[in-house]
Structures are given as C-alpha cells and as structure tokens.
Design a protein around this ligand. Structure first.
Ligand SMILES: *Cc1c(COP(=O)(O)O)cnc(C)c1O
Ligand code: SF4
Length: 491
C-alpha cells in the first residue's frame, strides 16, 4: 500500500501532539514510524475534509467587517470592548448593516424584529461570525435575528410557556419538576437573545408582543429559592440557568455556589451559559469571572461535590481559535464543560453538520450532552424540525465517535413532561406529525404530545391541519393509537 505525499503529511499532521505547553516531543518516535512498512489498511484513508473539525478559525477574522477593520486583537479579546460594542437596538443594527448586506435583508430584519417575542443582543463576536453575503442561510443569523419574510404561521397547538415551567415553580425563579434536581433561574438576562428560547415567557425585558414575568436579581428572591432547596432533602442537583450565568457578576457566582454547596444534600451544580458560543473571550480576559467559577469548581471538589459548566453551541461557525483557547483554559483548570444544542432547521439539521459539531466539541474537550428537539415556541415555526428528521440524525450520529461524546437526542415534552428520548414515543404518525410520549418519572397518569412543524409534513398531512374542525379528531386518534387512551393529555 502506497500513500501519496498528501496523505502522509495528513497523517503526520493528525498525529501531532495537541498544542499544549510542556508538550512531549514526539518527533523521534514519528521518525521511527516513518521507516516502518505500513500495514495494509482495512479502511480507506480519510480525506482532509473528514478531519477538518480540528481546524479552528484564527487570525483577525473580525477585520473583514468595515466597522471592525481597525480593531486590534487586544481590543477584540477585551470583554468590556465586546459589551460596549454590542448591538441592542434594531436601529443600530440597521446602521451596522448598511453597505455590508442587501437592503432587502435589512428591511426584512426590521420587519422581523417588529413581530418577534425576543430582544436583540449581538456581540461584535457574533456579528463577525455571520456571513453577510448570505445572511438568509447563515446559522448564526437564523438563531439571533428574526426576519419578516421567512415567518411560517405558528402551529395551532403552540403556547408561549410550552414546557409549563410556571406550573412547576414553588418559588418564582425555581423549577422543581424532577425528583432530585431543580432549575434555579437567578436572573432574566443573557449575553445574547435566542429566537428559539424556551423561556421567552421570562427572558429579556418586555417586547411589544409579550409581557414578561420578571425574575429580578434580588437576593431576597434567591433566598426563598435556597430555603426551598434546603427544605427538600431529595434534591441533589441544581442547574443554575436563567437568564445566563455569564451575566452574573463574580461575587454572585460565589454567593450562589457557596450557598448551594453548603446545603448538605446538594451534590451537583451546573452553571449554564450560552456565553462561550457568543463571547468566548470573556473566559480568557474577564479573569475575575473565570476565577470565581474555577473557585466554585475547586471548592465543590474539596467537598466531594461536582460543579461544572454547561454551555450551548449549536453550530461549528460559533467556534474559533478564541473558543478553543477558552475551552483549553477551562480544561487545564479542571472545569468540566458539557454542551446542550437545539436542533434547528438550517443550523444543524443535517447529519453532516451535526457530526461536524459533535466532533469539534469533543476535540475541545466539551462533551456533547443533549440535542433538544426544538420546543414549540411562538414565532419560531420555520426553525423546528420533525421528530422523524431528528431521529434520522440521531441514527447517523450514534457510532461516529466515543459514546460518552455522543449526545442524547431529547424532546422536552410540551405540557411539562420533561425530557424524553426523542425516539421513545408510544406513537408517532409522520403524516399528522403527532407524537405521543409518556413520562412516568414526572407524572405517570399523563400523556404528552409533540407536533411536527406543519411545513415538514407530507401534503396529505398539511391538508388535515388546514381544517380546524378535524384537529381534535387527529389528536384523539393519535391518543387511541398509542394504546394509552386511559391517561389524560397534558395541555
Ligand atoms: C433540563 C432540566 C433539568 C436538568 O435535567 P438533566 O436531564 O439532568 O440535564 C432540571 N430541571 C428542569 C426543569 C429541566 O428542564
Ligand atoms: S441564552 Fe439561553 S436562556 Fe438566554 S435567550 Fe438564549 S436560549 Fe434563552
């Protein structure tokens, strides 16, 4: 078997020890290997494309944006500079986009913002990762900037708090749905506002179309949540989400971490943040914040408890050299990072994209934990995928890498059923797009239904949903077919 020079250099490249300090020199052993006769392979040599998840965008990539053409690396990496230059208002976005992209797109974005339930927050990092020559198809644009033109009408079964979190809240800002874990929402701000956010019922300030429940970062509220947690011996696991832990000042990270770690039955804490996907430099340059997090991880470890970071990358385009450096720093300091993605049409809804993302995350020592079926959130119909499509991607991803780096594909069952393996429905009809789930650990007497986006259905199914008078029959038929008609449907 002879390899081409390209293939040999690829092998050499691939076997280099990662770029760590104190790296062990492996040149001698590599030279010895070069002398060996290469055993006959049982597999085709991979192409460079198959391992391109190891390439991370470096250089001053932001300088191709006219507004950032003179921005130095030092400035761009500075969290304060990122925050100061973050765009919050559609008017500012309009100004930023003039000359950068088509007028048609700009008009469309203004219209989209008028109708959207979410606020806008776009860091220079995000703005410089969007391909403004083709913003319609860009995976970051799709997540963060709504458009007027691409709106699909909401599914008739959509509700704003589709997860019914407010029903499972003993205290404002705390969701206790599962037996031993709870979700603490200490604040309502994020480093970016995602169009698809499950918590659009609470996150960000009010927009014209939605009046929000407010979780003010008032420690008094927090104390109520802590008191509840302390009173429930079964709770071992707290997700600190929000909002977003990126927006907590270092002292608040410490306050929350120490308070929770001091509750004897708390064994696991996760700080959740989308931050690394939209402003990775904070981990490198907002030293106080990063050290506060690391201190909590170390404090937890010293007590025999686990404190980790959960983040939220959806597309490989969110990841650059800066991200890699940030994740390397956390890894070296002993911080476990796990990732939760949302399956989004046009962002990561092909096997190729999802596998690429999973491999890239794994390469940075970020463990792909979950991929969520898109929640049924108002105004995001064109972002959802069908259960069938998610399952097909799940099938393709399983086996491409280590099992512990293979995400679980889950549906957060509408009506408060919690997370279900996407393929664990008791019934699914690809024509009506109705799937029926049970969730015995949350409520054994209930059935939970998810509805595929109507545009993903075959014409026959689309026609059925056009006729409002048959909707109830479609649902009742699905429930009957599931074999669990004696249970009650969660709304
Ligand atoms: C997702 C979630 C959790 C954490 O669940 P895991 O499956 O352990 O990640 C806890 N509480 C609520 C309400 C959640 O939605
Ligand atoms: S960062 Fe998370 S909580 Fe905030 S808007 Fe995005 S999905 Fe919602």
């Amino acid at each position: 078997m002879n390899y081409s020079t390209d293939e040999i250099s690829l092998m050499k490249e691939a076997s280099k020890v990662a770029d760590l300090p104190n790296k062990i020199s492996n040149t001698d052993s590599m030279e010895a290997l070069a002398e060996m006769e290469i055993p006959d392979p049982n597999k085709q040599m991979v192409s460079a494309r198959d391992i391109n998840h190891r390439k991370f965008q470096g250089g001053a990539f932001w300088q191709h944006i006219p507004a950032f053409k003179d921005v130095t690396e030092e400035e761009f990496l500075d969290t304060k500079w990122q925050n100061k230059n973050t765009i919050h208002k559609i008017g500012k976005l309009q100004e930023f986009l003039i000359g950068l992209t088509s007028e048609e797109f700009i008009k469309d974005a203004v219209k989209g913002m008028d109708e959207a339930p979410m606020n806008l927050r776009l860091s220079p990092y995000i703005l410089s990762r969007i391909d403004w020559n083709d913003p319609y198809n860009d995976p970051l644009r799709i997540q963060f900037i709504p458009l007027g033109a691409s709106r699909e009408p909401d599914h008739p079964r959509l509700t704003l708090d589709s997860l019914s979190e407010q029903d499972d809240s003993p205290v404002s800002g705390l969701v206790h749905r599962y037996f031993d874990k709870a979700l603490f929402l200490p604040l309502d701000v994020c480093p970016v506002y995602c169009r698809f956010c499950t918590r659009s019922y609470a996150i960000g300030s009010d927009t014209d179309s939605v009046e929000k429940v407010s979780f003010k970062p008032v420690p008094d509220n927090w104390n109520k949540a802590f008191a509840y947690i302390a009173s429930r011996p079964e709770i071992e696991d707290i997700v600190v989400s929000g909002g977003d832990a990126y927006m907590l000042v270092p002292n608040r990270i410490r306050q929350i971490g120490e308070m929770l770690l001091n509750i004897p039955h708390i064994r696991r804490i996760r700080f959740a943040t989308k931050g690394p996907a939209v402003m990775p430099m904070k981990i490198l340059t907002d030293t106080e914040w990063t050290e506060a997090l690391i201190d909590m991880v170390d404090l937890g470890r010293s007590m025999g408890k686990e404190v980790v970071l959960h983040t939220h990358f959806n597309s490989a385009n969110e990841i650059t050299n800066i991200t890699k450096d940030a994740m390397d720093l956390l890894f070296k300091r002993g911080v476990t990072v796990r990732n939760q993605s949302v399956m989004i049409r046009g962002v990561n809804d092909t096997a190729e994209e999802m596998i690429h993302l999973v491999r890239k995350l794994s390469y940075m020592n970020v463990q792909p934990y979950y991929v969520y079926q898109h929640d049924m959130v108002k105004g995001t119909e064109e972002m959802r995928t069908s259960v069938a499509q998610t399952q097909e991607i799940e099938r393709s991803v399983r086996g491409v890498t280590a099992g512990f780096n293979t995400p679980l594909f889950v549906t957060d069952a509408p009506g408060g059923g919690g997370k279900r393996d996407v393929h664990s429905y008791d019934y699914y009809d690809k024509v009506t797009g109705i799937s029926v789930y049970r969730s015995p650990s949350v409520d054994e007497d209930k059935l939970y239904l998810y509805f595929d986006p109507i545009s993903s259905l075959p014409i026959e199914g689309q026609k059925m949903w056009e006729d409002e008078s048959v909707h109830e029959d479609l649902i009742q038929n699905a429930i009957k077919a599931s074999g669990f008609a004696h249970l009650t449907m969660a709304v």
